[in-house]
Design a protein around this ligand. Structure first.
Ligand SMILES: NC(=O)C1=CN([C@@H]2O[C@H](COP(=O)(O)OP(=O)(O)OC[C@H]3O[C@@H](n4cnc5c(N)ncnc54)[C@H](OP(=O)(O)O)[C@@H]3O)[C@@H](O)[C@H]2O)C=CC1
Ligand SMILES: CC(C)=CCC[C@@H](C)[C@H]1CC=C2C3=C(CC[C@@]21C)[C@@]1(C)CC[C@H](O)C(C)(C)[C@@H]1CC3
Length: 934
């Protein structure tokens, strides 16, 4: 559905839930709500169904106990953990063990008292009454907003308590931790059983996902949507108060414990407390926003939410503070700056994206949101397609997750256990994204598909592993100037293609790729030629990614590079052959995350292990000096040009441009800068081409100095990242071969075999550990010669150029590189070699620059010469035959295809966009059918 003109009406509440709908209920002739009809049986399972539910109910409480027992003053984990035997396990599950370690009535009373006290505050404190979302029974429930006031009161009481009786109650929390955890676990079960049992009373509105009839599953996922005792809403109360307020209370207790034992509070403990309290205050301050979360609007209230909020949240989320209470440490200045910057960045993304959506939903004409683009949906609500929600479908999760990293980092790197939170949270968010996607697909149907076409990324926009090699390598060759220029070279093409892409689209609105444009503007021959060039280009990328993987694993683990190259090639060929595009799309979800993890780990390595003084900086003056080579980085336009043709809508392209300019630059610059840091710190030995550590590995040389477990994490992430890039390339390669090179004339399985065969030379090249830049440069040179004549065809004034001119232009483009090289070196063999750019970026002379100038100019000149020779022949032919020569006439212009800038009305523009979308949908359906056939 095309974007519509903004309407002035506001939409203060989300639309009704999907079928069975409220209209049905209100239409009931007797006026009595038919709950049987309203509560259909749930047909699908989440969390791996009943076995998954049973596992969660059993193991999650055990995990909370495990963390309480095995992360304490004896160690985290204590050394004794390595000598645990079978007899210990049986002892732990005995009554004697329970009575000795977990039976703590005072702790139980304290925990229960705390929760009941909060419940009392919820009831007695005043607060604005607001309405929740419209329910399936046609009703809206009322909720009292007073969680923030409860927090205030509790803080005041905490201070009064400290004044009157010292730190006693707080130290009690630390000393009775296992008892409190036990109380929380037991209480979670009691509440879960209560809400499960009461959900069978008549007149209850059940969650659409919690009524399977299989008790263990319904008990876990939650049967009733909004269990209440009178006006007391159990889910709403538990979702915000005991969990979040319990969390800050536990954190404060840990800080006080540290103060009492150490005589001061370390800066790491302060940061953890401030960051997490800030998060909780923010959530409680925005209490009303919780009413639109999936937990309240969609999920039933069962064990998952009861346990999650009563036990998991206050006990697991406070792990970092508890660790620091037992193992205090201070952060150095670099760590402080890094951690605070990460928290601020994460919070900014989290708050402004959540705020933007809330504002848009409640006051769409508000100043800060009225400029935003959106699509109107048949469900009645609008989906934002620009601003934060145009970058990715859950950019708010990214912000939240960045904060979770900032909360773990202060714990240092002695043990991975305090990092449990950020790993669990990544899994929770990835899974939540999938669940939300399912929910939205059901609610919005085709509108959601349209939205996903426009906003492609789920959480994080992705990139390949190559940037971890190329940018630091640039730094080691050309210093700071090269890094800046290259980063610009990465970013600048994006807005350029955001402008060029729509131009191509206007010429070929029903074509979606560069090759489709070729087919329309020229003919099948050029189409096939450009398609083959695209295949070669993709193969170059595969070579560089695989080669990068081999080199990295070799550096970090000593493994023979060939082994991972073969394994990844085969593995990705097999699963993309089996799962097609869908398999590749699935792995794309993790790509951005892997890259982010690796970059963050490198930042940790830098702030913790590397110190650079003025002497080291002045010892290598070339790094800060400008050079001709630094400027030359401009002509390595890294792969982004392809995006212009891969993008599906103009808006899509503009979004790429936004992402490119705002998010990419600092990230790319940082990655490039790691090369400089490695050089200054002496980790990378110096600008000697024969150095034992190639510049392209300088980023990973920094990683190599980390503890083994972190190196292991990076190895896994790098392999996952490469798999994800390679499978995308494998799928794209098969699709280009099938659709473009062979014009859908060959059966798909045959094409797949060709795809697998192509892997052999790719593996061979990758195993030779070619310099990544050499491979990139070859790809770019080929792209340059192939694309130049095609670009000339974009200009209407050159309507007379045909496919053969463009083909000859492209071939002679390469010839001109040879001609230039032969002339430059006065040696024909060297001229031929120059086409393969053997020295990559390391050549000292002007040959590479010359090749990149000769290629497009040669191609353009040859294109026109070809046209000229054609016309000369026709002219002579006419002369001989005594006919009149006529310059090729300009063809009739099909206005619908050449609308573009010449749109006269908004309707015309929308109509053309609608045509594009329709054609796109058809193409997608065709692709899906092909995949199903497969
Ligand atoms: N600390 C923790 O443990 C946890 C924190 N969180 C945080 O809570 C916050 C809320 O998360 P959550 O409720 O999962 O999800 P979101 O806030 O991301 O909301 C998702 C909903 O927003 C609506 N929506 C989706 N896309 C758009 C769009 N483009 N324009 C307008 N509306 C859109 C849809 O609802 P609709 O039907 O209204 O269209 C969708 O179901 C997040 O910041 C998350 O990080 C979440 C879980 C745990
Ligand atoms: C498997 C397992 C242990 C599940 C439990 C998950 C729960 C801990 C989380 C599910 C959704 C949550 C939300 C918040 C806290 C964690 C749980 C309960 C939340 C209250 C945190 C603060 C945010 O601002 C929020 C209010 C949006 C959020 C709502 C979801």
């Amino acid at each position: 559905m095309p974007p519509k003109k903004r309407q002035t009406a506001t939409n203060p509440v989300p639309s009704p839930s999907p079928s069975p709908n409220t209209a049905e209920v209100e239409a009931s002739p007797s006026g009595v709500i038919n709950y049987e009809k309203l509560n259909p049986k749930t047909e699908h399972f989440e969390f791996l169904g009943p076995p998954g539910a049973a596992a969660m109910i059993t193991f999650l409480p055990l995990l909370v106990w495990f963390l309480a027992f095995f992360c304490n003053e004896d160690g985290c984990p204590p050394k004794s953990i390595w000598s645990i035997g079978v007899e210990d396990l049986s002892r732990w599950f005995s009554l004697k063990f329970f009575l000795a370690n977990m039976y703590d009535p005072t702790a139980y009373a304290a925990y229960l008292g705390f929760v009941l006290f909060l419940a009392g505050l919820y009831i007695v404190l005043p607060g604005e009454e607001i309405e929740g979302t419209l329910l399936r029974n046609g009703k809206r429930l009322k909720y009292k907003v007073n969680a923030f006031a409860s927090l205030h009161l509790l803080i005041a009481m905490g201070f009064l308590n400290i004044r009157s009786s010292g730190f006693g109650p707080f130290l009690f929390i630390y000393d009775h931790w296992v008892g409190i955890v036990t109380a929380a676990n037991i209480f979670s079960f009691i509440v879960s059983f209560y809400v499960y049992g009461s959900s069978f009373l008549p007149g209850k509105l059940l969650a659409l996902g919690g009524n399977t009839g299989i008790w263990i599953y319904d008990f876990m996922i939650g049967r009733e949507l909004n269990p209440r005792i009178g006006k007391f809403d159990i889910k709403y109360f538990i979702e915000l108060r005991p969990g979040l307020i319990g969390w800050v209370t536990s954190n404060s207790a840990m800080a006080i414990k540290q103060y009492v034992s150490l005589g001061r509070v370390t800066n790491s403990m302060m940061l953890v407390n401030v960051f997490q309290a800030w998060y909780v205050i923010d959530s409680l301050y925005n209490e009303a926003a919780v009413l639109t979360t999936m937990d309240i609007t969609t999920d039933g209230f069962g064990f998952m939410l009861a346990f999650g909020n009563l036990s998991w949240l206050p006990m697991v989320y406070s792990l970092q503070a508890r660790y620091l209470a037992a193992f205090p440490r201070d952060l150095n200045y670099a760590e402080l700056v890094g951690v605070i910057a990460l928290q601020l960045t994460g919070y900014y993304i989290f708050r402004s994206s959540n705020g933007q959506k809330n504002k848009f939903r409640t006051d769409p004409e508000g100043d800060d949101v009225k400029h935003l683009e959106y699509i109107e949906t048949t469900a009645g609500t609008r989906l934002l397609t620009s601003g934060w929600w145009g970058i990715s479908r859950h950019i708010n999760y990214l912000g939240d997750w960045l904060m979770s990293i900032a909360w773990c980092l202060p714990c240092g790197y002695a043990t991975p256990i305090p990092y449990f939170y950020m790993i669990y949270f990544a899994i929770l968010l990835l899974h939540r994204e999938r669940r939300d996607d399912d929910k939205c697909r059901k609610k919005y149907g085709k509108d959601w598909d349209r939205y996903c076409e426009i906003v492609k990324w789920r959480i994080i926009p992705d990139m390949g592993v190559w940037i971890l090699f190329s940018l630091p390598e640039i730094a080691t060759i050309t210093g700071l100037q090269g890094v800046i220029v290259y980063t610009f070279a990465c970013v600048v093409p994006i807005p350029i293609f955001a402008w060029l892409g729509p131009m191509i689209r206007r010429k070929s609105p029903k074509g979606f790729t560069l090759t489709a444009y070729m087919l329309k503007r020229f003919n099948r021959v050029l189409h096939a030629f450009i398609s083959i060039m695209s295949v070669i280009y993709m193969a170059c990328y595969m070579v560089s990614e695989l080669s990068a993987l081999g080199q990295t694993l070799n550096l970090l683990t000593g493994l023979d590079p060939l082994a991972p190259i073969i394994v990844v090639s085969l593995l990705t060929s097999i699963y993309t052959a089996y799962g097609g595009f869908r398999a590749s799309l699935l792995t794309d979800t993790v790509q951005g995350w892997c890259l982010l993890f690796i970059v963050i780990i490198s930042a940790i390595a830098i702030v913790t292990n590397i110190r650079i003084g003025p002497d080291q900086i002045s010892a290598q003056p070339w790094i800060l000096q400008g050079s001709k080579k630094g400027w030359e980085q401009l002509y390595i336009l890294p792969g982004f040009w392809q995006r212009a043709f891969a993008s599906k809508t103009d808006k899509d392209l503009r979004q790429s441009a936004i992402i490119g300019s705002t998010m990419l630059f600092p990230v790319l610059f940082f990655i490039g800068f790691t090369g400089i840091i490695a050089a200054w710190a002496g980790i990378w030995p110096g600008p000697d081409p024969a150095a034992p550590v190639p510049g392209s590995l300088s980023f990973f040389s920094i990683i190599a100095i980390l503890p083994d477990w972190l190196v292991g994490v990076v190895v896994v992430l790098t392999a996952a990242l490469v798999c994800s890039s390679i499978d995308t390339l494998q799928s794209a390669l098969v699709s280009t071969l099938s659709n473009d090179v062979f014009n859908n004339q060959l059966p798909l399985h045959f094409i797949r075999v060709i795809g697998v065969v192509i892997n052999a030379p790719i593996i061979y090249m990758a195993a030779r550990q070619l310099d990544i830049f050499q491979v990139f440069l070859i790809g770019d040179l080929l792209a340059c010669v192939a694309i130049t004549p095609a670009m000339l065809g974009l200009y209407d004034g050159f309507y007379f150029l045909n496919a053969y001119d463009a083909l000859i232009g492209a071939i002679f483009g390469l010839f001109s590189v040879f001609a230039f090289g032969s002339g430059y070196y006065n040696d024909a063999q060297k001229g031929i070699n120059l086409i393969l750019l053997p020295g990559g970026l390391y050549v000292e002379d002007e040959s590479v620059l010359g090749a990149f100038i000769a290629a497009p100019f040669g191609a353009a000149i040859a294109t026109f010469l070809s046209f000229g020779s054609r016309q000369a022949c026709i002219f002579l032919y006419c002369k001989v035959r005594g006919q009149e020569y006529e310059f090729p006439p300009k063809p009739e212009i099909d206005a619908t295809l050449y609308a573009g800038d010449e749109f006269h009305t908004e309707d015309e523009r929308q109509q053309t966009e609608a045509d594009i979308h329709k054609a796109f949908d058809q193409k997608k359906i065709k692709k899906d059918e092909e995949e199903v056939d497969l």
